[in-house]
Design a protein around this ligand. Structure first.
Ligand SMILES: [Zn+2]
Ligand SMILES: [Zn+2]
Ligand SMILES: [Zn+2]
Length: 161
């Protein structure tokens, strides 16, 4: 984690910003919750544990700054809440999301998978693709497993038969 913080620090410096203790506390929370998709308020509550004097406005401004510097991506899954997602190092484009309509779980796909689509868009619309947001809505594998188990139960068979 320290190496990653160091690189983020350099990114800030390159744009003439300092990694203040409050900004660093915010970055650490994002790194510790890399798998999560936290709202500004979620981040604030977690940062407050480390730096009790910090205010929501400071956390919010830090998140906006990190978005501007492309350290994080802002994403909305349709519930009207902006969530902050660490950009994977070295990834040219944003990763994709699988949002489960039953349990609300958010899984990630790190592979781009869109190279062919990007080529079509660039050729047919003469549009240079710089990034994209792709969210799939559906039923996750966990919920599918539960459904399968339930249907076995209804037939009166045991789960391990
Ligand atoms: Zn994500
Ligand atoms: Zn792409
Ligand atoms: Zn699910």
């Amino acid at each position: 984690m320290e190496g990653r913080i160091d690189r983020i620090k350099k990114q800030l410096h390159a744009s003439s910003y300092k990694l203040t203790p409050q900004r660093e506390a915010t970055v650490r929370v994002l790194l510790e919750h890399e798998q999560d998709h936290l709202s500004a308020e979620d981040v604030y509550l977690l940062v407050k544990d480390k730096a009790p004097e910090i205010g929501l406005a400071t956390v919010y401004r830090t998140l906006e700054l990190l978005t501007e510097l492309k350290v994080v991506d802002k994403i909305n899954f349709g519930d009207g809440v902006s969530r902050y997602d660490l950009r994977k190092e070295g990834a040219a484009h944003f990763h994709h999301h699988l949002v489960c309509m039953e349990c609300g779980a958010v899984d990630e796909i790190q592979e781009d998978l869109l190279e062919e689509v990007e080529t079509v868009v660039e050729k047919r619309w003469n549009f240079l693709v710089k990034d994209h947001r792709l969210t799939f809505h559906g039923i996750c594998w966990r919920c599918s497993d539960n459904r399968a188990e339930e249907s076995i139960d209804h037939k009166g068979n045991s789960k391990d038969s």
